[in-house]
Design a protein around this ligand. Structure first.
Ligand code: PEP
Length: 259
C-alpha cells in the first residue's frame, strides 16, 4: 500500500509585511527537523516571497504562492505569472481558493487554465474545492464537488499524460473557512473519500493512491489530530492559525496528539 506523507500548508492570505513574514518563518523553521513523514509549506503574500525564500534556507519548508495568471507574461496589469513565482522560489501555487472564486469571480474555466499553466510551467498546483453552507444544507455537496473537479481539472482530464501525482487537492468547505466552524473528521473523510474515488475513475488507481488531499477550514491544534487520523485526509491547508507560530507549530506536530 502506498503511504502518503502529510502536508501542513499555511495560507497567510493578505497578511504580514516582509519583516513580520521573515520573523514568522524563522520561528517555524527550527521545528521542522523533528517531524516524521510530514511536509510543511507556507504561502505568503507576493511581496514577501523573496525574503521568505531566503529565510527558509535549507530548512526544508516549501514555498507556495496564493494565486497566479495562466499566461507567462503580457499586458495583464496587477497579475503575476508562473515563471515569476518560480524565480521567487515557489514550487507550489494555491489555485481556486474560495476567496478567489467568491470575491474575484474566478470560474472553474479560469481555474482550469491556471492549473494547466502551473503544470506546464513546472509548479505544483494546490487546487481548492468546496461547497457553501447553502449547498450543503440542500444536499448538494457531492454534486458541487464533482462539478468543480470535472471543470477545473478539464485540461488534466484530457491530457494524455494524466494528472501528475504531485498534484494536491484541498477540500475546503466554504462554511468552515475563517468561521471557527470545522467539519468533523467524519464529515471531511466522507468528502475526501468521494474525491479519491473521483480521481480513480477519471485517472487510475495509482494516481488516486498518490495524490494528496488536504482539508482546510478552521484547522487548529485541538481539531487537527481528529482530521489527520482519517484515512483519506493527507494534511491541512491552514489559514488563520498559520499566522501564529505557536499554533502552526502545534498543528505541524499533530502526530503528538494521535492516540
Ligand atoms: C483557508 O483560507 O484556506 C483556510 C482554511 O482558512 P482558515 O484556516 O482560517 O479557516
Amino acid at each position: 500500500m502506498i503511504k502518503r506523507r502529510h502536508l501542513i500548508a499555511g495560507n497567510w492570505k493578505m497578511n504580514l509585511d516582509v519583516k513580520e513574514s521573515v520573523k514568522l518563518v524563522e520561528s517555524i523553521a527550527p521545528h521542522i527537523a523533528d517531524l516524521d513523514e510530514v511536509d510543511v509549506l507556507i504561502a505568503p503574500p507576493f511581496t514577501s516571497l523573496g525574503a521568505v525564500n531566503n529565510a527558509i534556507g535549507n530548512s526544508g519548508i516549501k514555498l507556495g504562492a496564493q494565486n497566479m495568471h495562466w499566461e507567462m507574461n503580457g499586458a495583464y496589469t496587477g497579475e503575476i505569472s508562473g515563471p515569476m513565482l518560480k524565480e521567487a522560489g515557489c514550487t507550489h501555487v494555491i489555485l481556486g481558493h474560495s476567496e478567489r472564486r467568491i470575491l474575484f469571480k474566478e470560474t472553474d474555466d479560469l481555474i482550469d487554465l491556471k492549473v494547466k499553466a502551473a503544470v506546464v510551467q513546472g509548479l505544483i498546483p494546490i487546487l481548492c474545492i468546496g461547497e457553501t453552507l447553502e449547498e450543503r444544507e440542500n444536499g448538494k455537496t457531492f454534486d458541487v464537488i464533482k462539478n468543480q473537479l470535472d471543470n477545473s481539472l478539464l485540461y488534466l482530464r484530457k491530457n494524455n499524460a494524466g494528472m501528475p501525482v504531485s498534484t494536491i487537492l484541498a477540500y475546503e468547505p466554504v462554511w468552515a473557512i475563517g468561521t471557527g466552524r470545522t467539519a468533523s473528521g467524519e464529515q471531511a473523510q466522507e468528502v475526501h473519500h468521494f474525491i479519491r474515488k473521483w480521481i480513480k475513475e477519471e485517472f487510475n488507481d495509482e494516481t488516486a493512491a498518490r495524490v494528496r488531499i488536504l482539508y482546510g477550514g478552521s484547522v487548529n491544534p485541538d481539531n487537527v489530530a481528529d482530521l489527520m487520523s482519517q484515512p483519506d485526509i493527507d494534511g491541512g491547508l491552514v489559514g488563520g492559525a498559520s499566522l501564529k507560530a505557536d499554533l502552526f507549530i502545534k498543528i505541524m506536530h499533530f502526530q503528538n496528539k494521535l492516540l
